[in-house]
Design a protein around this ligand. Sequence first.
Ligand SMILES: Nc1nc2c(ncn2[C@@H]2O[C@H](COP(=O)(O)OP(=O)(O)OP(=O)(O)O)[C@@H](O)[C@H]2O)c(=O)[nH]1
Ligand SMILES: [Mg+2]
Length: 439
Amino acid sequence: MPDADTIFALATPAAPSPVALIRVSGPRCAAICNQLCGAEFKRSSVDCRISLPLGEVPATAWLLPGPATLTGDDTLELRIPGNLAIVRELETRLRALGARDAEPGEFTRRALDAGKLDLSRAEAVLQLINATDEVSRRQAVADLSGETATRIGALAEQLRGLRARFEMSFDFSEEEHAESLEQRLQADLHEFVSGLRSVVGADDPAPRQAKPVIALFGPPNAGKSTLFNALLGTPRALVSSTPGTTRDPVEADLSIGSHVACIADLSGVGGSDVDLGRFAEAARARAMQADVLLLLCPPEGSEELIEELKELQRRDASVRSRAMWVRTKSDLTFEQRANPAGLEEVSLSALSGAGLEDLRSRLEARLDQAASGCATSLLRMRSAAALALLEQATADPDTPHEVVASDVRRALTALDEALMAEAPGEVLDLIFSRFCIGK
Ligand SMILES: Nc1nc2c(ncn2[C@@H]2O[C@H](COP(=O)(O)OP(=O)(O)OP(=O)(O)O)[C@@H](O)[C@H]2O)c(=O)[nH]1
Ligand SMILES: [Mg+2]
C-alpha cells in the first residue's frame, strides 16, 4: 500500500441525513482543502462553499496536519449536507483532485502502520463496529482503550511467577512440606484462572437465542440451490437451468464441525431477476439476518452481485463483516480474478465438489466466531486458548503435578503470543477485509 496515496471515504452512513462527513487522509490534504474551499489555511476549521455541478454547497472543513492524527498523515474532514447526490459529486471531485477511494479498513490499517494503534486496538475498532449486544460493545471499548492488553500483560507476569514456582516445586518434592507447597500453588493457580476468565469474557458469554443462519445469496442461476444440496448431501432444493427456479426460501439444518446452523437457499436477486423483485425482497431481508452471508458469483460476472452488496450495505454497513465471496461453477472457468468486493473468498464447483471442503472449513471458522458473540480478536482468541488449557489442567484435582506444570508452561506461551502485537500479512488482510469502507 503506497503511503504517498491520499485516500478518502464517507465516514457517515450512506443514507439521507442532516450531515455527511467525508474523511480524507494523506499528503494531498492541504492542497485539496485549498482547492475545494479556496482558502489558504494551515490548520483547524473553515466554513466555506464548495462548487459542485449541482451548485454551491455549504461545507465545514477541518485540516489537521500529521503526525498528531489517527493515521499519522495529514487529515481533512469535510462536513457537508447529507444528501447522497452531493456526496457522490464531492467524491468525484476528490478523485479529480488526486485522492482515491479508501479500501475497507484502510484508515485503521494506516493507523496501525503508523504505530498509532496496536493490533488489538485495530481489531477492537472492528469489534465495536460490529457489536450487536452490550457484552461485545463493552469488550470492544475495553480493547480499544488498551485496557485488555494491559490486564493480559499483568496476568502473563503473574503466570510467569506461577511457572517459576512450579519449576521450583520439583526441587523440593522430596521434602516434608512439599505437599502443602503444592496445595498452595494449586490454590493460586485456581485464583489466576478466574482472573483470566474475567478478562477473556468467558464469565459473561453473549447469550445466543437461535441457530446461526448461513444464507446463500446471489443472482438467478448462480448455483445457490446446487450448492445448498451439495452441502447437505441430499437433493432438497429444486435445481434447474431456468433462472428464477427458487422462489420462497428453502431452509434446512446443516452440521458444520461442532455447529448446527440453519442454511437458507434464497431466491435470485438483481437485474436478471425474472420476477422483478417479488421474491428478491424477501431474499434480501433474510440475507440481512444471516450470521454468514455467502455471496454467490457465477462466472458470467460480478456487477449484479456488487450492486446487491451495496444495497445490503446501505441497510447495514456491518453486513460486510458477515459476508464471504463464493465464485461458483469453477469447472466452467479458469479465471482467477480477485473479487471486486475485497472480501474473503472461495472458489468452488458444487457439481464436481472442488472447493467444498475449503468452504466448509471457512464456514466452521465463521461459526466459531459468531458463537463467541464478537468479531475476531487475536488477543482474545489466544488468551482464550490459554484459559482453556488451564481450565482443563485445574478441573481434576488428581491431575499429576507435572502435567499441570506443563500446561502452565503452554498457557504462558499462548499468553505471550497473544500479547505480541504482530500478525502475519494474510491475517491482517483478512481482518481488514471485514471492515467497512470509511473506518
Ligand atoms: N457446470 C456447473 N453448473 C452448475 C454448477 N452449479 C450449478 N450449476 C448449474 O447452474 C444452473 C442453475 O443452478 P441452480 O442451483 O438452480 O441455481 P440457483 O442459483 O439456485 O438459481 P435460481 O433458484 O433460479 O435463483 C443449473 O443448470 C445447474 O446445474 C456448477 O458447479 N458447475
Ligand atoms: Mg435456486
